[in-house]
Ligand binder design. Structure first.
Ligand code: PHE
Length: 339
């Protein structure tokens, strides 16, 4: 029996010298000390011994167990250390390497112009209302005093979903939504996407506008001019002048086209202003009495003014962009210039 003990011990030692992972160590533990392991097997041999011999064997087996435990424990220490070292090595970071620089994006120039205008209008007390891009013919045209067969529809041909449902041709339907759902005083801006079946260097089938609408008692064209002058100075600089020219929109009366003095040449005449000294920037007017009435507002009590600003047009002027299609090409080289 003594021989068997020393053989077992020898076997454990041999196995341990080549055991270099925790996994192998666990296997050895199970093989020798586990429920069905070698040492437990020895205890089972007790049955064949005389009762007086049993305590001795018990002692011997226990001592063998402790020795094996000790051996494994020592080996475990070494293996753990080695594994830790290896982990440190594998996960080592070279702190002298240059860091990874996350590339920062930039806002699209249309978004920049939009945010800038929203800022400026907010300062004057306007609140944002965003209406749907899919509109009914009634709201996009008829309520705004553009009946079927009105010649003004020619300039605003669009994409139809059904005969009476379409992609809005301007943000002016926002006026209708606000006036039919709230009472004056009203002071809103409606930024958003708009659509027309146009496509050339200065017209895109999809473009952006900001509508402005103010309805209150005793408003006049002077209020319109003062408000717009403030906004346009914010966009094009303090030195510009503004002028109103008579124009026509079915939903405003009188209607005006608003020009700013050329911010390139100061009004002397240059390529940008085509020698005239003035640049047309937006359409506006006093809200037509018919439109107020259509929306349930008494035109004998209230007056209003409205304006529509094309964001692409403003951005093209401000940043000297020659072709409207550049906004929609998704060319990062273009967008990155506005950082
Ligand atoms: N809706 C007009 C357009 O898109 C612009 C406009 C808005 C004109 C409000 C007057 C008043 O051309």
């Amino acid at each position: 029996m003594a021989k068997k003990f020393s053989e077992i011990l020898q076997e454990v030692k041999e196995k341990l010298t080549s055991a270099d992972t925790s996994k192998i160590l666990t296997e050895i533990k199970v093989d020798f000390l586990g429920k069905n392991g070698v040492v437990t097997g020895l205890l089972k041999g007790m049955r064949d011994l005389a009762p007086e011999e049993r305590p001795l064997l018990g002692q011997q087996v226990n001592s063998l167990r402790s020795q094996i435990e000790e051996l494994i424990k020592n080996r475990e220490e070494a293996v753990k250390q080695r594994e830790l070292q290896k982990k440190f090595q594998d996960e080592a970071i070279d702190i002298t390497l240059p860091g990874k620089v996350g590339e920062l994006g930039t806002l699209h120039p249309i978004t920049m112009v939009k945010n800038d205008l929203i800022d400026a209008f907010s300062g004057l007390g306007f609140v944002v209302y965003e209406g749907p891009e899919i509109e009914s013919d009634v709201v996009n045209f008829q309520m705004l005093n553009i009946p079927e067969d009105h010649p003004a529809r020619d300039m605003q041909d669009t994409f139809y979903i059904t005969d009476s449902i379409l992609l809005r041709t301007h943000t002016s339907p926002g006026q209708v939504h606000v006036m039919t759902s709230s009472k004056p005083p009203i002071k809103v801006m409606c930024p958003g996407r708009t659509y027309r079946s146009d496509d050339d260097a200065t017209h895109s089938p999809i473009f952006h506008q900001i509508e402005g609408l103010v309805v209150d008692k005793n408003l006049s064209l002077c209020d319109l001019k003062g408000t717009l002058e403030e906004i346009l100075k914010h966009i094009f600089g303090k030195d510009i002048k503004t002028r109103l020219r008579p124009s026509y929109f079915p939903f405003t009366e009188p209607s005006v086209e608003v020009d700013v003095s050329c911010f390139e040449c100061g009004g002397k005449g240059c390529k940008l202003c085509k020698g005239t000294g003035w640049i047309e920037v937006l359409g506006a007017g006093m809200v037509n009495r018919k439109v107020l009435k259509n929306c349930g507002i008494d035109p004998d009590v209230y007056t209003g003014y409205a304006f529509g600003i094309g964001l692409e047009r403003i951005a093209m002027l401000k940043y000297h962009i020659p072709d409207i299609r550049m906004f929609f090409d998704d060319d990062l080289r273009f967008v990155k210039q506005f950082k």
